[in-house]
Design a protein around this ligand. Structure first.
Ligand code: GLC
Length: 766
């Protein structure tokens, strides 16, 4: 992209319009710390799918023409704009944060066409070369010690320095490896951490985009896209948490989910009849393994026609759902976007009559294939199509379905990728597949969320495979088709950590692995990670070993039960984390670097994470390993398993027999627990257990009815709990939900004391 020399500037309604010799650029200071950099290469407006509403706080800033640049100052930043739309960001102490690279990209050694032919002949996949400038491209200087985090759902390690990725939602059934450039989701946001500063960049461009984090060359990194606008947000902050909060401010936070969705879920692609599902449910209850939700995969539909019911194998529509409901089990059903091409099938007919499906450039309805065979693709970029899709959710709601699982929405297509020029709609105009591909799953999730909200009224539970930045407002997500491989268990940790940093907080992996065959040991270690994953679902594929907890003998069953029970005990703590994320976007699963960024050791930790700020989890992710080398950051930590106090700021070796997942709790923490339950709703939640760890600290616990939107009208309670000088004080900060706890159980140094609570305050001498 060439802009040429800077000519003039003008400020209109808070936006700085810059005229260059060869084009126009714009800068908007949305807040003192968030700046939008924009050049209207394709359209004059942002057309953002991620950002809703006006995020500008209309702040005051200064603008000053200097000899060779324009200088803009907010309360927190100095922004200097030079020729060719080169921009450097400084903090108010003139400390350089982020600088545009002044040279040209230097491409690698070119590989000859002939050699590429040889590689292909031997069956190698030869990735498209990125040795060319992208139509939209921004190159930034690497100062030296940068670590990069975020980028949503990528394979590989936590720190993305020296790796390159692409954003193009991709359903690739092969085992995901570190070499994959793209998976199902596109979240073009990353955080740059240096010793003395941190910032984030959100590149809001839905076309295929590219991120090279210092792989091509040591002295720069770049991001670019095939088309669209130059449109990115520079997000500064005093620490990494502020950057995450800034990104969440722009793209939205995860709304508080229904409490039951945080329980345990069982799924399998392969439950082919209602009888099979009833047997699974019965077994859970008989073995007293807590469970809240069973997922119905595609076989519940009639010939994979969405919004239909397979009466032959699943009985009268809704009957099995009602029966499971009596056991406290809720049902989530899968819905794919591909609508079977089938005249006489009402969804297809309605879509055809109303022009709701994507078309070829020649105007024919575009046909590809998914599970039902020939299928057509709803055009979710059109408000009318979203409205229609939202209304179709009523069919599921009326059957008693409590959540919708949106799959195959990259969109997947069995007869090759949709051509780039298939015609979709972008709100009020048409747009090619190239522009709408990465937001297809996002828009489908949005329609589903809106439909569930309208027709069910409770907090919608939507799960998606494909998504874009900002999807967290509508949907939870899972990492798609992983496999029962130790590599994939290992990968799950940095993958979920980076997704959490990228706004997608409510996430999980298929526990046990989807494809390939799980071993008992792998399942045990995976359930220990699943226990702390925001979405805790065991799911597996047809053709692979079944992986319900009881299929591998007593030890595996006991370990599964232990961690599922632990999950239920920790529900109030987890729910508090969700309450927090709704306020400020903080993830549930956090890399250590999010809280200890000054500690260089934690920048590269891939096999530990924080569960909220207070618990550190260091799962064993190696077969046969019965000890864990783990790092504890500064401070004192309590071993969850033995109660032992350990000094942080060092590596330790922790014994970790198969039934032990190393967990440490920070000194002075208060961790709320519930009493054992088999499912949410089994008994009233009138007692709160507080696990108190010696030290000083305070904690705010949130409580509401766990189901609907009444909390937004003030129907919630906040309890402030303070620990100081061996005294614990509980005080109501807010009372709006009638079912105030009646009892507190305080656990401290191995002692357990019970106290009646009368709804005002309580003081306990520990
Ligand atoms: C896709 C999904 C998987 C699902 C299967 C059948 O592979 O990722 O979770 O079970 O389709 O619907």
């Amino acid at each position: 992209m060439t802009f040429g020399s800077r000519k003039s500037y003008q400020i209109k309604e808070g936006i700085v319009y810059l005229q260059f010799e060869q084009g126009q650029g714009q800068l908007q200071m949305l807040t003192d710390e968030i700046v939008n950099v924009f050049a209207p290469s394709e359209s004059g407006d942002h057309r953002s799918k991620a950002i809703e509403g006006d995020k500008s706080q209309h702040i005051y800033f200064e603008a000053k023409e200097c000899i060779d640049h324009l200088e803009l100052r907010t309360k927190k930043l100095i922004i200097r704009v030079y020729d060719d739309f080169k921009i450097d960001f400084y903090d108010r102490n003139e400390h350089l944060l982020c600088q545009d690279y002044r040279g040209q990209r230097q491409f690698g050694v070119q590989v000859s066409e002939k050699f590429i032919e040889f590689l292909k002949a031997e069956g190698h996949e030869v990735p498209e070369s990125t040795d060319h400038d992208h139509k939209i491209q921004v190159v930034k200087t690497i100062q030296g010690d940068e670590a990069f985090y975020g980028l949503g759902d990528k394979t590989g390690v936590l720190n993305k320095r020296h790796y390159s990725y692409e954003m193009w939602n991709t359903d690739n059934p092969n085992a995901h490896t570190d070499a994959f450039k793209a998976l199902y989701k596109s979240i073009p946001f990353f955080i740059t951490l240096r010793k003395d500063c941190v910032y984030g960049i959100f590149f809001d461009n839905t076309y295929k985009s590219y991120f090279d984090m210092g792989k091509e060359r040591e002295d720069y990194y770049y991001f670019g896209a095939d088309a669209g606008n130059l449109d990115y947000y520079f997000i500064a902050g005093d620490d990494m948490r502020q950057v995450v909060a800034g990104y969440s401010y722009l793209t939205g936070t995860t709304p508080l989910p229904q409490l039951f969705t945080l329980g345990y879920h069982q799924s399998r692609w392969g439950y082919e009849t209602a009888a099979e599902i009833r047997a699974v449910a019965d077994k859970y209850r008989r073995l007293r393994i807590p469970i809240d939700t069973i997922h119905f995969d595609i076989d519940y539909m009639d010939g994979y026609r969405v919004f239909t019911w397979n009466e032959k194998n699943f009985g009268k529509p809704g009957e099995v759902i009602a029966d499971l409901g009596r056991q406290g089990i809720k049902v989530v059903t899968i819905i794919d976007p591909g609508v079977k091409l089938d005249e006489g099938y009402s969804i297809y007919d309605e879509g055809i009559q109303n022009g709701y499906f994507a078309r070829t450039p020649e105007g024919e309805v575009y046909v590809n294939a998914v599970w039902p065979g020939d299928a057509v693709y709803p055009d979710f970029g059109s408000p009318a199509v979203r409205q229609w899709w939202a209304d179709n959710q009523k069919y599921l709601v009326d059957l008693g379905v409590r959540g919708v699982w949106n799959d195959m929405n990259e969109p997947a297509s069995f007869r090759g990728e949709l051509p780039q020029d298939v015609v979709f709609t972008d709100e009020d105009r048409s747009a090619p597949h190239a522009a709408m591909h990465n937001v297809y799953g996002h828009l489908m999730s949005r329609a589903t969320y809106e439909g569930m909200k309208r027709h069910d009224g409770r907090r919608p539970f939507v799960i998606t495979r494909a998504c874009y930045s900002g999807s967290q407002k509508y949907t939870t997500a899972w990492t798609g088709d992983n496999q029962s491989l130790w590599d994939h268990l290992r990968m799950a940790i940095p993958q979920m950590c980076n997704m959490g940093l990228s706004g997608l907080v409510f996430i999980g992996t298929d526990v046990g692995g989807f494809g390939a065959d799980v071993t008992p040991e792998l399942l045990c270690r995976w359930v220990q990670v699943g226990c702390f994953s925001p979405l805790f679902r065991n799911h597996s594929s047809k053709g692979s070993t079944r992986q319900e907890p009881w299929l591998f003998g007593q030890e595996t069953l006991d370990i599964n039960r232990k961690y599922i029970e632990l999950r239920y005990r920790l529900l109030p703590y987890l729910y508090d984390l969700f309450h927090e994320t709704e306020q400020n976007g903080m993830p549930v699963i956090r890399p250590l670097v999010l809280h200890y960024e000054q500690d260089e050791t934690v920048r590269e930790i891939n096999d530990e994470f924080l569960f909220g700020e207070r618990m550190l989890v260091a799962p064993v992710v190696e077969q046969g390993m019965r000890k864990k080398l783990l790092y504890l950051p500064e401070g004192r930590w309590y071993d969850y398993d033995t109660g032992e106090c350990v000094q942080g700021g060092q590596y330790i070796v922790k014994d970790a027999p198969l039934e032990v997942c190393p967990i440490f709790v920070r000194a002075g923490s208060i961790i709320p627990n519930y009493e054992p339950m088999q499912y949410v709703g089994e008994h009233p939640l009138d007692t709160l257990i507080l696990d108190v760890y010696p030290g000083e600290g305070s904690y705010v616990h949130y409580q509401d009815n766990g189901e609907d939107f009444a909390y937004q009208k003030g129907e919630y309670n906040l309890y402030e709990i303070t620990l100081k000088d061996d005294t614990l004080d509980i005080e109501m900060l807010h009372t709006g939900y009638a079912a105030v706890y009646q009892k507190f159980i305080i656990c401290y140094k191995g002692h357990r004391q019970e106290f009646a609570f009368r709804g005002d305050r309580l003081r306990v001498w520990l």
